[in-house]
Design a protein around this ligand. Structure first.
Ligand code: URA
Length: 205
């Protein structure tokens, strides 16, 4: 099966998933979207109100902000894969619970494996914890690190900029470095913070 077919299969499984309690309250599951051969993959937290209505990731205010950041570096959302740690909206946008993250994890793992992106950008702390379980986002945002041969760049969640306008500039600066990270990842050159290491324990979420 090629990667596009695998992504479609995953999406089908996601919309039919009943592995955690969120399926009782979701309107539409949000598998994620983008090219199966994307160089760049964004991993957000969880669908919000608009995503739950439309079944698509980052289509609300945070998504608009993210699109403008992408535009600033000459990319459109159609050129990148956009996914989430969990695929169904938590009621009232509460934080995802450990059992929900655990139940959804195989979908994200399979998406990453199918796409095999050069660079993963984690958006916000839930996504960051997959790769940097003990880190503080204020200390490591925007810094690329090779983890198991793949470049990972933790960033603030775009929704944070909607609540804290001072973060707009910070996120903008982090986005501006992405073309450089992608070029480095493509050339196989290690980033400044290269550390060979095993993937983090998935249970560390
Ligand atoms: N926030 C997220 O983390 N993901 C979405 O899809 C939308 C908003």
């Amino acid at each position: 099966m090629d990667s596009a077919e695998e992504l479609q299969r995953i999406a089908q499984e996601v919309v039919n998933c009943t592995a955690c309690g969120l399926h009782f309250t979701r309107k539409k599951a949000v598998p994620g979207e983008g090219p199966a051969d994307a160089d760049l993959m964004f991993i957000g937290e969880a669908p919000g109100f608009h995503e739950n209505e439309q079944g698509r990731p980052f289509v609300g205010a945070a998504g608009k902000f993210m699109e403008s950041m992408l535009e600033g570096i000459g990319l459109s959302r159609e050129q990148v894969f956009i996914g989430n740690v969990i695929k169904c909206r938590p009621p009232r946008n509460r934080d995802p619970q450990p059992d929900e993250i655990q139940a959804c994890l195989p979908f994200l793992d399979r998406q990453i494996q199918a796409i095999n992106p050069k660079v993963i950008v984690t958006l916000g702390r839930f996504s960051m914890r997959r790769y940097f379980p003990n880190a503080k986002i204020s200390e490591i945002h925007g810094q690329a690190k090779f983890i198991n041969g793949r470049m990972v760049v933790p960033m603030y969640h775009p929704a944070a900029a909607l609540h804290q306008p001072a973060l707009r500039g910070v996120i903008g600066e982090d986005f501006k470095r992405l073309p450089e990270w992608i070029a480095k990842a493509k050339s196989g050159l290690p980033s400044e913070r290269t550390e060979p290491e095993e993937p983090q324990q998935m249970s560390m979420f």
